[in-house]
Design a protein around this ligand. Structure first.
Ligand SMILES: [Zn+2]
Length: 139
């Protein structure tokens, strides 16, 4: 799996105690495409307006990401040399795998929480704003 992919996570509803537990073995659930989990961070949109984050890509062989949106909605634009697509994440049991060489941004609706599982530690040099080429030619 070298292309991005929306991955379904398992939900466990606890009828007795209440609540829903959502779980994934992310390396297994991406068929081994996601190589490691080294860093976890999240962005909370605590404003009353939509916010935009990201707008970069990570070169192949570097950082990979898995995005989870347990609350709210994220609209992301994905661009690669082969394909470009808008993906909406608005369900707690769906996650987005973003491999290297895929430009991505994120629009978070008010109240949204975006959790990111990254395969590498933070390195600002790994985030490059301009993609050399994308299929739709909009970047
Ligand atoms: Zn594009």
């Amino acid at each position: 799996m070298t292309k991005w992919a929306v991955v379904k996570f398992l939900e466990f509803v606890d009828q007795k105690r209440g609540g829903v537990l959502v779980a994934s073995e992310v390396i297994r659930d991406t068929n081994g495409a996601f190589e490691a989990a080294r860093r976890v961070y999240y962005i909370v949109n605590n404003t009353g307006d939509a916010i935009k984050r990201g707008g970069h890509y990570h070169p192949h062989g570097g950082k990979q990401e898995i995005w989870l949106v347990p609350v709210g909605r994220v609209t992301t634009n994905l661009h690669s040399a082969k394909e470009c697509q808008e993906v909406v994440l608005d369900s707690r049991d769906r996650a987005l795998f973003i491999p290297g060489d895929v430009w991505h941004d994120a629009r978070l609706d008010p109240g949204t929480v975006l959790i990111c599982i990254a395969s590498t530690n933070y390195n600002p040099a790994e985030s490059i704003s301009s993609l050399p080429s994308c299929a739709c030619k909009k970047l």
